[in-house]
Design a protein around this ligand. Sequence first.
Ligand code: APR
Length: 240
Amino acid sequence: MRRLVILTGAGISAESGIPTFRDPGGVWEKYDLEQVATPEGFRRNPDLVHEFYNARRRDLLRVEPNAAHLALAELERSWPGEFLLVTQNVDDLHERAGSRRVIHIHGELLKVRCEVCGRVFRETGKIFTRTPCPFCGKPGGLRPHVVWFGETPFHLEEVYEALIRCELFVAIGTSGTVYPAAGFVEVARRAGAHCVELNLKPAENAHLFHEHRYGPATRVVPEWVREVLEESLSGSGKAL
Ligand code: APR
């Protein structure tokens, strides 16, 4: 099995200090999703939405990739076949760990988009409702370059192209509740892929996976990576 697609969710970054969304104490317990993560919420109260994302951007700059991110970067460097890492996370911890082929289907926290001129650019500081776009100079058009509920995720065509060809699909630290990502395992299964879940506890869609490893990502991901790399080098084993 040489064609590998990995899907990551908030659980992989939890031990770096970024709270997940739906675990106890998660983001959606503290904030109203409708207010801060929908286009309607942004139209109603852009100040609040900018405040929420400014704080998340600041918090992201204070944390570091963990052993799970590093293990996936090592896997990509050593993997003998096709490799694609798809993440629902808006953090940049995969890139900082050294991953190269990463698709952010829910956008990126350190990017901002101008809805007037369409430019997407890197932003590590704060933006406000009236902050002018550094490219077109117009105020009022900047928004986080993230995908809100009700919006279409990015780069899905490329993701599905990889899924329909993949032989090994691995979902890491995701609750399997948000579509389309929660449905990727079904596409991979139909393609005949061996599907593995690495998670703290079973996801909503856990029954769709052939294999499960439960525990914190910083333990289960490096362990699994070591195993698949050993199997790929020896050219044997069930996963390869
Ligand atoms: N190691 C591994 N998994 C963990 C850990 C950990 N240390 N801590 C939590 N988890 C698991 C939880 O068991 C759960 O399955 O991570 C998952 C987190 O689930 P969610 O909070 O729902 O995060 P995610 O699946 O990424 O959410 C999907 O929902 O709100 C939107 O856009 C947001 O991209 C996000 C999407």
